[in-house]
Design a binder for this molecule. Structure first.
Ligand code: GTP
Length: 204
């Protein structure tokens, strides 16, 4: 029996507590977990099939640990990624500085990786606009400068979460259609235990 073939590796990066795990939970399981915050240890992997037109694209999503303690490990996880969702908390300015750190890393070491900036927890701003800690126009200017897409999401309400991953998948299809047609091996077979994608992972 063969495991899922991953078409596009997608990595989530960002400071701890910004809501990376919650974003994946919302997207993959359509739920928002309440309860005490538990930090991710190492990284967690999940594959999800998404339709782009009449095509099915399997995204292999790596949710990395935001704690700086795991920074070296996170570097391993973004290797070969086609897309990086770089998250920051809309209510926390320091998390945007951390997002810039990851953008610099990707620009220096993973130039084929498309970058999606994701401001999280937009529901908190709906409750109280004064909680915004990161100016929208500053981020938009930065996104234009680094040629990144920008989304503001809420894993609590689901706002813009599907749209974000849909855009990632559509861009993947658009920008790699040619390679997929010509390359013999377009994906990675997760059933092969020698595959670097077969790492087991621990989470929460
Ligand atoms: N209100 C609100 N809270 C959120 C949202 N997303 C995440 N949170 C909360 O923020 C906290 C951190 O969320 P996580 O998803 O665990 O954050 P993380 O980025 O995966 O954290 P690390 O694993 O440490 O890197 C949790 O208490 C979540 O419930 C959101 O969209 N809205």
């Amino acid at each position: 029996m063969s495991g899922p073939r991953v078409d596009a590796k997608v990595v989530l990066l960002g400071k701890e507590y910004v809501g990376k795990t919650s974003l994946v939970e919302r997207y993959v399981h359509q739920r928002f977990l309440v309860g005490p915050y538990q930090n991710t240890i190492g990284a967690a992997f999940v594959a999800k099939v998404i339709a782009v037109g009449d095509r099915a694209v399997t995204l292999g999503i790596w949710d990395t640990a935001g704690s700086e303690r795991y920074e070296a490990m996170s570097r391993i996880y973004y290797r070969g990624a086609r897309a990086a969702i770089v998250c920051y908390d809309l209510t926390d300015g320091s998390s945007f500085q951390r997002a810039k750190f990851w953008v610099n890393e990707l620009q220096n070491f993973e130039e084929n990786c498309r970058i999606y900036l994701c401001g999280t927890k937009s529901d908190l701003l709906e409750e109280d606009r004064r909680r915004r800690g990161v100016d929208f126009h500053d981020v938009q200017d930065y996104a234009d400068e680094i040629k990144a897409e920008l989304f503001e999401t809420s894993s609590k309400t689901g706002q813009s979460v599907d749209e974000l991953f849909q855009k990632v998948a559509e861009d993947y299809v658009r920008f790699t259609a040619f390679q997929l047609m010509t390359e013999e091996k377009g994906g990675i077979d997760l059933s092969q235990k020698s595959s670097p994608y077969f790492y087991s992972c621990c989470h929460h």
